[in-house]
Design a protein around this ligand. Structure first.
Ligand SMILES: Nc1ncnc2c1ncn2[C@@H]1O[C@H](COP(=O)(O)OP(=O)(O)O)[C@@H](O)[C@H]1O
Ligand SMILES: [Mg+2]
Length: 359
């Protein structure tokens, strides 16, 4: 048995779930701290929803334990877990007014009428819908319905709020607006939130920490900057933020650090991962770390396209060997300002900005 983590509101250890032959969740362990906003990020089918459902009590794990506020909840039914939930599809009761929808969890818990009415008013104000209480869900827009779902999940002040792709059905500008509002509510109410998304920019915007899911497992858990600056695997490097990859051969180290042979050129990489000289590695470099020059050292590349983005320029490159890379540069960067599509350039970087993942 692992020891409980100090300050943890929710703790999962060794949680597994399969559906028939399909392993949906494979040995997931994590601790969510009191007041934390933790996001599950991963591609479709990676086990995010199944994990959330087990926390909610809507699915039973095959193995492992789930501990909320120091108590095992494995055998507790959902309504006894002190957890609120918001799903992608609002799941409001269509025949009930907004007020009655929000009051529903309070009625279920036997909250006295006057107190319930006060809490509903507060919840409506909190999600910016103070005058919409008498409407039916179908008389609201998608974004408003999702705010009502949020109010309903928060009105009884659960210890933990679970949200599964709650903004997935909304258009981009509404989604971005609600991301900031959910973040504000989290901060103001000091709520603990477990949030699910497959959208990496949403995860980076909202989270204190992110757990990256792949194939039923957590590949890495950390603050957004940790995942971006120090990805633990090639998968995380590719899933969180934009990354260029190039396959090469490890050369070992000399006095200047680790080196990798890429398209026949010895290039520097960080020494975060040790690769046996001669073994294959996948080198990852962020677009904003790529340097271009017409002279000097680097991997030869052809500039295929140059895209003007207003505040920045995006260079589309084809490297020797065929890989397509992008380089991102501030509009006022003098570097490479005279390069034109069709021209051959040299691509380079500082060793600390390149990671070589063993393959
Ligand atoms: N009720 C179910 N019955 C059978 N297989 C399921 C069920 N729910 C999910 N799965 C499978 O489990 C895996 C994980 O699914 P899910 O947790 O929904 O992933 P995510 O939310 O990350 O998209 C997928 O392969 C999915 O097809
Ligand atoms: Mg899902």
């Amino acid at each position: 048995m692992t020891q409980p983590t100090a300050g943890a509101l929710l703790e999962l250890s060794g949680v597994r779930k399969r559906y028939g032959q399909q392993v949906a969740v494979d040995d997931v362990s994590l601790a969510l701290r009191e007041g934390e906003f933790l996001t599950f990020l991963g591609p479709s089918g990676s086990g995010k929803t199944t994990t959330l459902m087990m926390v909610a009590g809507l699915q039973q794990p095959d193995a492992g334990s789930i501990i909320l506020r120091g108590k095992a909840v494995d055998r507790l039914p959902p309504y006894k877990r002190d957890i609120g939930m918001v799903f992608q599809h609002y799941a409001l009761f269509p025949h009930m007014t907004v007020r009655r929808n929000i009051a529903f969890p309070l009625e279920m818990r036997g909250t006295p009428k006057a107190e319930a009415s006060r809490l509903v008013d507060e919840a409506l104000a909190m999600v910016g819908l103070p005058h919409h209480g008498e409407r039916l869900p179908r008389e609201l827009s998608g974004g408003q319905q999702q705010r009502v779902a949020l109010a309903r999940a928060m009105v009884y002040r659960p210890a933990l709020l679970l949200m599964d792709e709650p903004l997935g059905a909304l258009d981009k500008s509404l989604r971005e607006q609600l991301q900031l509002e959910i973040k504000r509510l989290h901060r103001e109410r000091r709520m603990s939130v477990l949030y699910v998304t497959h959208d990496q920019s949403e995860a980076l915007t909202m989270s204190d920490r992110i757990a990256v899911f792949n194939d039923g497992r957590i590949e890495q858990i950390g603050a957004p900057a940790d995942l971006y600056e120090r990805p633990a695997s090639r998968f995380v490097a590719g899933f969180v933020g934009e990354t260029n990859f190039l396959t090469g051969e490890a050369l070992g180290r000399d006095g200047n650090g680790a080196r990798v042979s890429l398209a026949g050129v010895a290039m520097p990489v960080s020494d975060r991962f040790l690769a046996t000289p001669g073994s294959r590695v996948s080198v990852a470099v962020r677009p904003e770390r790529v340097r271009l020059s017409t002279t000097g050292e680097g991997v030869p590349a052809e500039l295929v396209d140059l895209i003007y983005l207003g505040n920045a320029r995006r260079f589309v490159l084809r490297l020797a060997g065929g890989a397509e890379w992008t380089a991102l540069m501030q509009a006022d960067a003098a570097e490479a300002s005279e390069i034109e599509p069709g021209q051959t350039v040299r691509v380079s970087w500082q060793g600390m900005h390149a990671t070589a993942f063993p393959m």
